[in-house]
Every structure is written in C-alpha cells, then in structure tokens.
Write a protein that binds this ligand. Structure first.
Ligand SMILES: NC(=O)c1ccc[n+]([C@@H]2O[C@H](COP(=O)([O-])OP(=O)(O)OC[C@H]3O[C@@H](n4cnc5c(N)ncnc54)[C@H](O)[C@@H]3O)[C@@H](O)[C@H]2O)c1
Length: 336
C-alpha cells in the first residue's frame, strides 16, 4: 500500500524506518516544510529530494497514495487530517488526536463522514505489561478490580525548546494520553469523571505544569489514580511506563520496573507472590500497530485504536485538564 509520511521531526524518523521496513508499504512521498529537517532527510536519511513536499495537498495531487502517517505536532493534526480526508486518504495519526477536545471530536466525525479509516498511535498498549494485565483481569485473576494506582516519575522531554517544553500542560496532555489510554484498555472500561491538580517543581524545565495528582472515576466504580512527576532529576524506576498497581479482592497485579507480579497475602490463605511471564501476542509496539492499521484497510474493519475509540481516552485528558484549571473540581466526562 502506498503511504505519505507527514512530518519528519524527532518521531517522524522512527516512522520513516518502520514504513520502509514494512514489505506491504511503499513510501511515495514525505511532507516536511522545515528547511533544516528537509536537508537532514536528504543528507542523513536518504530520502530522495524529489519526493519531499512542503504541503500534503501537493504531495497527494502528485502521488496517488492509500494512507498517510501524520507525525506533526498536536496543534497541526486536524489540518493534516482534513487535507487527507479531502483526498480520500486513510490516516494513521500520532497521538494525541488534537490539542483541543472539540477539535478532536470534529475531526473524528469528519473522518467517519469521509468514509476513511482513522487510527491513533497508542503504541504503549501494544506491549507485554498491558496485554498480559488485560488478559489476567479478563480471566478474573484478582477478581473485580476496585482501585488502580499509577505512578510515573520521569525526566520527561528534557531537550530545550521543543513544544513539549514551551506549551502548557504537555506532561498531562501529551504523555498522559498514553497512560490514560492504557488505564481504559487494561480495565476494559471508560472514565466517568476526573479531579486533578497540577504544579511545577522549582527546578523543572517545562513552562507548563509537569507534575500532577489525578483521580479518575471509571464506569464500573473503579477509582483510578495517576500521580506523576515529569521533571525528576533523580531515580526513574520504570521508564515512561511507570509503576502500576491493580487492587482486587483476590490480591494485586503490580508492574514493578518492567516486571509483572501477582500477589495475594492474607492470614487465612496461602501466600502467593509470583512473577508472571509476559505474553508475546500483541506486543510489537508501533510496527504491530502499523500492521493492525494495514489489516483494517485490507479487511475494511475498524483498527483497535480507531479515532472514535480514542476520543474516550482523550476525554480523560481533557476532563483532567479542565479540573486542573478549576482547582481540582470534579469534572464529568459529559461536561466536555
Ligand atoms: N507514540 C509515541 O510514543 C510518540 C513519541 C514521540 C512523539 N510522538 C508524537 O509525534 C508527534 C510529533 O512529535 P515530534 O517529537 O516528532 O515533534 P517534532 O516537532 O520533532 O516534529 C514535528 C515535525 O512536523 C513538521 N511539521 C509541522 N507542520 C507541518 C505540516 N503542516 N506538514 C508537515 N510537517 C509539518 C515540523 O517541521 C517537524 O519536523 C506529536 O504528536 C507527538 O506527541 C509520539
């Protein structure tokens, strides 16, 4: 299938590699307006100059394609998507769907109207810890979960000058979307409301708040908390994954570093403390996500992380954001 890659900044290079390596994909054009990144594309990444365009509409007119991969900054995603829809192109869009909830909702509706597939790259859920956790929870390994606590300590986006550093609330919106999507995915349920407070630490390098405490109430009564510090200069226990703890009546599932443990401790029962081998199915990250997108195009089915479903993860981001701006008021998803 023929692809156009839109945006060749930091993340775009990974997608250039993944598109080139996929035998089902032919990369017919690249869209990148920044002269410095264009030059890099030609000199360092061996992209032929003649297939690089400033504008998606021009690329789409010149090269017939099936889909685009949008790796532009969040504030641009809707413009890229609308241009793609106009040209009948399917869209595999980088997260987050947009930097505004109303815009995200409109884009999803426009994609449906255009009759194209629109998938968002929630690649964190295509990994061993979330896949195995989802299976174990579905099998009732710890009973009906009552509480989930996520903690994330990370030196996030520590290169100066990027949009991650200069724009407000990026830790909550740009990083948070991965975690909130994994909360929905592993728990198999959607969010009802959010209460959040955010702040920055005195030494933090982000212009927006990079620390947060959030309480999500989920549809099946689960309380799910997210505690994050995006500007630690100290110990990072579990990379960008963070550490997760699912509480159920039969014990816990915990992500400890990059390992998964099942534990049961009560004086009436035999003690269980077991490291669980991680599943391999569905754990291929962005490459497998791309495979799922191509399969959806071939079979005419919805991909797992389709944009309509993704709106429910976006709703968690924007309910938390609204709450943070209103001093921690409980914001119902229905208010968005
Ligand atoms: N899924 C993940 O794990 C993951 C990881 C990193 C980044 N991302 C996402 O990828 C996206 C891009 O992030 P990045 O770090 O590569 O940003 P970046 O700023 O490094 O790159 C964005 C590129 O898009 C180009 N661009 C801007 N407007 C354009 C337009 N109209 N048409 C074509 N190109 C345009 C810019 O010139 C730049 O080269 C963001 O949405 C980010 O959240 C996802």
């Amino acid at each position: 299938m023929k692809a156009i890659l839109v945006g060749l900044g930091g993340r775009g290079k990974g997608w250039l590699r993944d598109l080139r390596e996929n035998p089902e994909v032919e990369l017919v054009a690249v869209v990148e307006p920044a002269p410095k990144n264009k030059e890099k594309a030609v000199k360092e990444l061996e992209v032929p100059e003649k297939i690089i365009f400033d504008d998606l509409a021009d690329a789409a007119k010149k090269h017939k394609a099936d889909f685009i991969v949008d790796v532009t900054p969040p504030a641009i995603h809707h413009k890229v998507a609308y241009t793609a829809f106009e040209h009948g192109l399917h869209v595999l869009g980088e997260k987050p769907l947009s930097d505004k909830y109303e815009v995200a909702r409109d884009v999803v509706a426009a994609g449906k109207k255009a009759g194209v597939k629109h998938m968002i790259t929630q690649n964190y859920r295509w990994a061993g810890l979330p896949r195995t956790t989802r299976r174990l929870l579905d099998q009732g390994a710890i009973g009906q979960v009552g509480q989930l606590d996520v903690s994330l300590y990370v030196n996030w986006a520590d290169a100066p000058g990027s949009h991650y550093v200069t724009q407000p609330y990026m830790f909550l919106t740009d990083m948070g979307i991965h975690h909130f999507d994994m909360m929905r995915y592993t728990l198999g349920t959607d969010c009802v409301s959010a209460r959040a407070i955010t702040w920055n630490l005195p030494w933090g390098w982000h212009q927006g708040d990079a620390c947060q405490l959030i309480l999500f109430r989920m549809a099946n009564g689960i309380n799910a908390t997210h505690r994050g510090v995006g500007c630690t200069v100290g110990h990072v226990p579990a990379g960008h994954n963070g550490e997760w703890r699912y509480e159920g009546p039969k014990g816990t599932l915990t992500w400890e570093g990059f390992k998964l443990f099942q534990t049961h401790q009560h004086k009436a029962d035999p003690k269980i403390r077991e490291e669980i081998a991680l599943d391999t199915a569905g754990t291929g990250g962005p490459k497998q996500l791309l495979g799922d997108f191509l399969k959806a195009l071939k079979e005419g089915k919805q991909p797992e992380c389709n944009a309509e479903d993704n709106l429910k993860s976006m709703a968690m981001v924007f309910a938390a954001l609204k709450s943070a701006k209103e001093d921690g008021r409980e914001v119902k998803i229905g208010e968005l």
